[in-house]
Design a protein around this ligand. Structure first.
Ligand SMILES: Nc1ncnc2c1ncn2[C@@H]1O[C@H](COP(=O)(O)OP(=O)(O)OP(=O)(O)O)[C@@H](O)[C@H]1O
Ligand SMILES: [Mg+2]
Length: 253
């Protein structure tokens, strides 16, 4: 393959120049990080699973009219996406208290929230992605009031879609994080879902047992992360049948 220009290498993914203007190739690595990259590991097969799972969720969202950057999966670790200008926010939607919210408010993890709560952190690794109020976002010009109204509406639509899909396979969507990007069509700017949707960016609990099937398995040393992600993929029918493991190279194009 011809050498490609690397645009950006992050903690979990690499972005390469795409085959056409306005496109990028997103490569999913096996690297896992937590606590602002203080904890690191390589988990064989994670990238393959997240590529597949993000494809599944993003193409599902596209199909029901919620726009995303996803165009198509290219191979086991790569997908073709639309290049966007990332809004420098992590958009978090919570259905049940967990993680930093549970800690901050002294709530027991798993407490149902009165309604889905959308919150924002400012994407800045050096600052540890601090939680910011909408007031800051608008005052500092990271997004306009109109953008924020659209972002909240998008985030809640993603929440409805994802929680329904997950509940259908016996998994509770506790919370998740998305990133939003801007694309221009002529003079018209649109906001679309970017980055990834995978067990790296969601909290997923088995409905029956409460077993964690997301990155908390890694954060809290609860077992094998790839096994948990494989279970999510298996339930969603994302893995080829009779293929319990994707850690060995197999042709699944
Ligand atoms: N469609 C897109 N166009 C442009 N950039 C994107 C797109 N989708 C995701 N990105 C960006 O690509 C990077 C993906 O890499 P990764 O998730 O590994 O980064 P990261 O280590 O989490 O760092 P960051 O703090 O920048 O998110 C992120 O910076 C993300 O914001
Ligand atoms: Mg990231």
């Amino acid at each position: 393959m011809a050498r490609r220009k690397k645009i950006y290498e992050g903690k979990a993914k690499i972005l390469y120049e795409g085959p056409e203007p306005g496109t990028l190739v997103q490569y999913f690595k096996d690297d896992a990080t937590a606590f602002n990259a203080e904890k690191k590991a390589t988990i064989e097969g994670k990238g393959v699973l997240n590529n597949r799972l993000s494809e599944f969720f993003m193409s599902g969202l596209n199909a029901v009219g919620i726009p995303t950057h996803f165009i198509k999966r290219i191979n086991m670790r790569e997908q073709l996406i639309r290049s966007v200008e990332i809004v420098p926010l992590e958009v978090i939607v919570r259905n049940f208290a967990a993680g930093s919210m549970a800690k901050r408010l002294g709530m027991e993890e798993g407490t149902p929230l009165p309604r889905p709560i959308v919150e924002f952190s400012y994407k800045d690794d050096a600052l540890g992605d601090p939680l910011v109020p909408e007031e800051y976002i608008i005052a500092f010009g990271w997004a306009s009031q109109q953008d924020m109204d659209d972002i909240v509406a998008l985030a809640l639509r993603v929440n409805d879609y994802l929680s329904g899909v997950m509940y259908g396979v016996g998994i509770k969507l506790v919370d998740f994080k998305i990133e939003i990007g801007r694309v221009w069509e002529g003079d018209f700017m649109r906001l679309i879902i970017a980055d990834e949707i995978s067990p790296d960016s969601c909290r997923l609990w088995d409905v029956a047992t409460g077993q964690k099937l997301d990155k908390d398995v890694f954060r809290r040393d609860l077992g094998n992360l790839a096994d948990a992600y494989t279970e999510v993929a298996r339930r969603l029918g994302v893995l080829p049948k009779n293929n319990g493991s994707v850690t060995k190279p197999t042709l699944i194009n």
